[in-house]
Design a protein around this ligand. Structure first.
Ligand code: SAH
Length: 336
């Protein structure tokens, strides 16, 4: 609550620790804005609905969405913008959004606080920063078993520092772990993500709606240590700079989808970000922009788009998944 990274830092951009898709190119938010307006029509164009963003960062994605939505004033008139944000520093930055829209904006700490109504939810790089637990496959009297990996303190040259260590106790096989674990394999569990999915399900059961979640991670549950830390765009060891580096882990989309399905939602994806943005009309939008831009800006646009879709950049590792209320048509971008 006091020294956590998001409680004190403003992490984005070239001055910060990392960059995200909406910060890379306006086209990202514009396509998502179009997707949201389309989804709004699919849920019957309600005259009052929640437009929810999970972890809006500097507010760039929502700003691009609102700018795009000017072509449908009824959409903006109907929207109650709900920003799920716990960082006081970033809430401050998001206040600026009020200048870009007449829509009413509220801030909440979690989805459960949002009043039931038709809801369209979007979250980019939100789930990767939620806390994970790691379990390590070990053996006990030659039988396979699991122990949790914990953080402890070690003293070295009279200085204390954080260190990973295994719990003394053995535990059950973590739920969701594939059954072919080898000794030393690590399985990660993000209970906070599963809670977010449950809360989304509650909202989308009461009234129709969809949630579009974009993040980096794996389509199938698997083993591996994906915990990583970034400071000034450089990787560092996750325990080296507590509170000063952005610590994240890959999203387990299979587990997410399975939890959502059990909670009664319809699942589309996950599909690679490049395919999703391509189907939403990335090339056409880029072409339309090019005719209006200076040569320097065209270069910047091209570089940005390459970062969003190239397989060695964000195109494949980043994925989109859509959770919907039952009975809606397949969401745009998830089928050919
Ligand atoms: N979506 C933005 C920012 C991603 S960074 C973008 O694409 O640029 C993650 C965001 O989630 C930040 O706004 C951070 O403050 C917020 N966040 C992190 N943990 C959170 C939590 N537990 N509850 C609510 N917001 C959280």
């Amino acid at each position: 609550p006091e020294h956590g990274y998001y409680m004190t830092q403003s992490p984005f951009g070239s001055q910060g620790d990392f960059t995200t898709a909406p910060e890379i190119s306006q086209v990202f938010g514009e396509l998502i804005g179009a997707w949201l307006m389309h989804s709004w029509e699919e849920i019957g164009a309600p005259t009052s609905f929640n437009l929810i963003e999970l972890g809006p960062g500097r507010g760039t994605l929502m700003r691009d969405i609102l700018r795009t939505a000017r072509i449908r004033p009824e959409f903006i008139r109907a929207a109650h913008i709900q920003l799920v944000e716990m960082s006081p520093v970033l809430r401050q930055a998001q206040q600026e959004l009020a200048q870009h829209s007449t829509a009413e904006i509220s801030w909440v700490r979690e989805i459960a606080e949002i009043p039931p109504a038709p809801s369209l939810i979007v979250g980019n790089e939100f789930l990767d920063c939620l806390p994970i637990r790691q379990f390590v496959r070990t053996t006990r009297k030659q039988d396979p078993c699991w122990r949790e990996r914990l953080v402890g303190v070690e003293t070295l040259n009279e200085k204390e520092r954080l260190k990973f260590a295994l719990a003394d106790d053995y535990c059950e096989t973590p739920v969701g772990a594939p059954n072919n674990a080898k000794p030393e394999d690590i399985f990660e569990v993000c209970e906070a993500t599963l809670k977010v999915v449950q809360q989304i399900a509650q909202l989308l059961h009461a009234h129709q709606g969809r949630a579009l979640l974009i993040d980096y991670g794996h389509a199938q549950s698997g083993f591996g240590d994906t915990l990583q830390a970034l400071q000034n765009h450089q990787y560092c060891a996750p325990l080296d700079k507590p509170g000063f580096a952005d610590v994240t882990a890959h999203v387990d989309f299979e587990r997410l989808a399975c939890t959502a399905r059990q909670a009664g939602l319809a699942i589309s994806g996950p599909i690679p970000q490049a395919i999703f943005l391509g189907r939403l009309g990335l090339a056409a939008r880029a072409q339309a922009l090019v005719t209006r831009l200076s040569r320097g800006d065209v270069k910047r646009l091209e570089t940005g788009i390459r970062r969003l879709v190239h397989p060695e950049e964000m195109g494949t590792l980043f994925k989109a998944i859509c959770l919907s209320s039952k009975g809606l048509p397949p969401p745009a971008g998830f089928t050919d």
